[in-house]
Design a protein around this ligand. Structure first.
Ligand code: FES
Ligand code: FES
Length: 212
C-alpha cells in the first residue's frame, strides 16, 4: 500500500485559489458523474469553444466552467495529465498554458481559449523524447510514475524561464508536486541533468551561428 511519505518538495505557488475554491458547477458535476452529453448536452445559447492543444485546434462543445483537465482527458483523449487530488494540491494534472505551469484540475477551460495549451503528449510529437523526459528516465526519477507527467511539465516551465536554476529554485518551482513514492532526490537530480542538457543544446546551436 502506498502511503504519503512527505509533504512535497516545497510550497505551492501555482494554484489559482479562486478557481479551486469555487463549488462544483452543474457541468463539472455531470462530467464527474459520467453524464456529460457533449453536443447533445449543450444549451441552445452555448457557443462551442476553440482550444489550441499541442499545436492543433479543437472545436469543442463543452461548458466553459469545466476543468481543463476533464476536457483534455475526456474530450481529447489526452490522458497524460492525471487526476490526483482534484483540489490543486498534488500537481498531477499540471499542463502548460502559454508556457506557464497550471493545475488543470482547477483551471476553467474557458481561460485557455486563445492560448497555447501543451500537455505531456505535446513534448514528443515525433516520438523523440524531450530532454526533460530523457533526464527523468536517466535519473530514474519515478517509481509508479503517476506524478511524473505533472513534474515533467513543471520542470519544462521552470527551465523555460531559468536555464540554470539553483536547488532552492528547483524546490520552489516544483513545490506542490506530491510524489507518493518519495522520488524527490532523484527528481532534483533529473532537473539538474535536464538543465545541463538543454544548456549544451543551446550552446551548440549558438556556436553554429545564424543560418545563411
Ligand atoms: S489533480 Fe490537480 S492538483 Fe491534484
Ligand atoms: S507518485 Fe509514484 S513516482 Fe511519484
Amino acid at each position: 500500500m502506498l502511503v504519503p511519505t512527505c509533504r512535497g518538495i516545497g510550497r505551492d505557488t501555482n494554484v489559482a485559489p479562486t478557481d479551486l475554491d469555487s463549488p462544483v458547477t452543474p457541468g463539472e458535476a455531470s462530467h464527474r458523474s459520467g453524464k456529460h452529453k457533449g453536443w447533445q448536452g449543450m444549451a441552445d445559447t452555448q457557443q462551442p469553444i476553440i482550444l489550441r492543444v499541442n499545436g492543433a485546434e479543437h472545436r469543442l462543445a463543452v461548458e466553459g466552467t469545466r476543468s481543463l483537465l476533464s476536457v483534455l482527458r475526456e474530450e481529447l483523449g489526452l490522458t497524460g495529465a492525471k487526476y490526483g487530488c482534484g483540489r490543486g494540491e498534488c500537481g498531477a494534472c499540471t499542463v502548460l498554458v502559454d508556457g506557464e505551469a497550471v493545475r488543470s484540475c482547477g483551471y476553467a477551460v474557458s481561460r485557455a481559449v486563445g492560448r497555447a495549451v501543451t500537455t505531456i503528449e505535446g513534448l514528443a510529437p515525433t516520438g523523440k523524447l524531450h530532454a526533460v523526459q530523457e533526464a527523468f528516465l536517466e535519473a530514474q526519477a519515478f517509481q509508479c510514475g503517476y506524478c511524473t507527467p505533472g513534474v515533467v511539465m513543471g520542470t519544462v516551465a521552470l527551465l523555460g524561464r531559468r536555464a540554470h536554476p539553483t536547488e532552492l529554485e528547483i524546490r520552489e518551482a516544483l513545490s506542490g508536486h506530491l510524489c507518493r513514492c518519495g522520488s524527490y532526490p532523484r527528481i532534483i537530480r533529473a532537473v539538474r541533468l535536464a538543465a545541463d542538457r538543454l544548456r549544451e543544446v543551446r550552446a551548440s546551436v549558438e556556436s553554429r551561428g545564424p543560418r545563411e
